[in-house]
Design a protein around this ligand. Structure first.
Ligand code: ATP
Ligand code: MG
Length: 445
């Protein structure tokens, strides 16, 4: 599936078998798909914990759907004439059944499929969230990968605009919790309903036909298939012609207008600053009415950290009962870049690292470590032998707050040497029974 990698591993054209004997090519991760190693994963975990806490505060519940779905789900939901479906999906034929399958490029389609399949909204509307990998065959660069991760939030069965506002208020709270409120701003727009978009489309096509010389190749092709998508072009050369295009916002009917005004009133009431950006359209076709993006200046061209909107027609389009809904996706990698940029380094350091030498000391070390863990304290017990000096080096490298030192002498007296590693301080002897209280006091300091 990978292209562009220096070494490609292909099966033999005739036998379909991989030749693995005598193969010296280095095995490496697929281009655009990243490993997250423990130092960095600590920041991921802290971020994910903060996100899950906020979701719970608003009553959103976790749901999980497969990473692989039948290809037509995405084509019907996202739209055949979109970047994602035209060129970014990892699609393959299942070897055994022959059916066409796709690694999910986004989460909403699968969630709506699952909601229809299990009649999830039969009794009441549902607030749900999902986390996991998404796959798009894009050109890898900072903030843009081929496997990336999202938190995805969906309110299913709500006509809004109260839930539209709720999701933006929820994200504003998350930015505050993370200390990022000053670096991320909100843009909103309304792209109306299907009839309003049809009327606007005619005006848009007429306008772009008059300016066809200024369009790039992609946009010229889109002119008669999906002209709204031209507005989403990131081509700087087309900025001016896009600025001058007729605005859908000027053509909204009374209901869409009332919805959009309702949303703005709720955001104002909550004290959330926002811009109305009439050029804002999103890359997937299922959206209607409210669309929104949270954008930062600190990640270059990949500045959109979260984006979403309403998709009131998607359930019906996928064969379900009409169910109004609103949701958004948040890119985890971009949030991690932003958090790191803001100085939020990874931690994952234990409270204590236990060094020990001698059989009696090792037995006491095991007992002490387990009893501290019983109290919820993170403890690394040295493994692999070695003298005190080399063990102390490992204790320091673990970034633990304390080294707990146990030799034969300590074992005999039933005490543990407590040595602060992150601040100045002498080693002190602490009785085993007093150890939890001593470390807890240090942890609170
Ligand atoms: P962009 O305009 O940057 O291409 P998008 O409109 O395609 O983003 P969505 O499909 O709405 O993005 O996905 C929601 C979020 O997922 C984005 O705001 C971004 O944070 C993240 N995201 C999207 N594509 C990628 C990618 N290839 N790599 C990393 N994160 C991504
Ligand atoms: Mg994109």
């Amino acid at each position: 599936m990978s292209t562009g990698a220096k070494t490609t591993h292909r099966p033999d054209a005739e036998t379909g078998q991989f030749n693995v004997t005598g193969q010296s090519a280095r095995l490496q991760a697929v281009r655009g798909m990243n490993d997250v190693l423990p130092d960095e994963a600590a920041l991921w975990e802290r971020f994910e914990d903060a996100v899950r806490r906020v979701f719970a505060l608003y009553g959103y519940r976790n749901l999980r759907v497969p990473i692989v779905e039948q290809t037509p789900l995405f084509v019907r939901a996202i739209g055949a004439v979109t970047d994602v479906v035209e060129k970014e999906m990892y699609t393959f034929d299942d070897k055994l059944s022959g059916e066409s399958l796709t690694l999910r490029p986004e989460a909403t389609a699968g969630i709506v499929r699952a909601a229809i399949e299990h009649n999830l909204c039969y009794e009441r509307p549902q607030r749900v969230w999902l986390a996991g990998p998404m796959f798009r065959h894009e050109r890898p660069q900072k903030g843009r990968y081929r496997q990336f991760h999202q938190f995805d939030v969906e309110a299913l069965g709500f006509p809004g605009p109260d839930v539209d506002a709720e999701q933006m208020i929820l994200l504003a709270r998350l930015w505050r919790d993370l200390g990022l409120a000053d670096s991320i701003r909100l843009s909103i727009n309304s792209i109306g309903d299907a009839a309003e978009r049809r009327a606007h489309r005619a005006a848009l096509v007429a306008y772009f036909e008059r300016h066809e010389h200024a369009l790039d190749e992609d946009s010229r092709r889109r002119l008669h298939t999906n002209p709204l998508r031209i507005l989403d072009s990131k081509n700087e050369a087309m900025r001016e012609v896009i600025e001058g295009a007729p605005k859908l916002l000027d053509r909204l009917g009374p209901e869409s207008r009332a919805h959009f005004e309702g949303l703005q009133a709720l955001l104002a009431e909550a004290g959330i600053a926002f811009d109305v950006d009439p050029r804002l359209v999103r890359g997937l076709d299922y959206y209607n009415r409210t669309v929104f993006e949270w954008v930062t200046d600190r990640l270059g061209a990949q500045g959109t950290v979260a984006g979403g909107g309403r998709y009131d027609g998607l359930f019906e389009q996928l064969g379900g009962k009409a169910t109004p809904a609103c949701g958004f996706g948040m890119g985890i990698e971009r949030m991690i870049l932003l958090l790191r940029d803001a100085g939020g380094g990874g931690s994952g350091a234990p409270l204590a690292y236990v060094v020990h030498a001698g059989d009696a000391a090792a037995a006491l070390a095991r007992r002490v470590a387990e009893s501290l863990r019983d109290r919820g304290m993170a403890v690394v017990l040295h493994a692999g032998g070695g003298g005190f000096k080399s063990q102390m080096k490992k204790a320091d490298a673990s970034r633990a707050r304390y080294a707990l030192v146990i030799g034969d002498d300590e074992a005999a007296r039933g005490v543990v040497g407590v040595k602060p590693l992150r601040e100045a301080g002498e080693q002190e002897s602490v009785a085993v029974d007093a150890l939890p209280a001593r470390l807890a006091a240090g942890a609170d300091a």
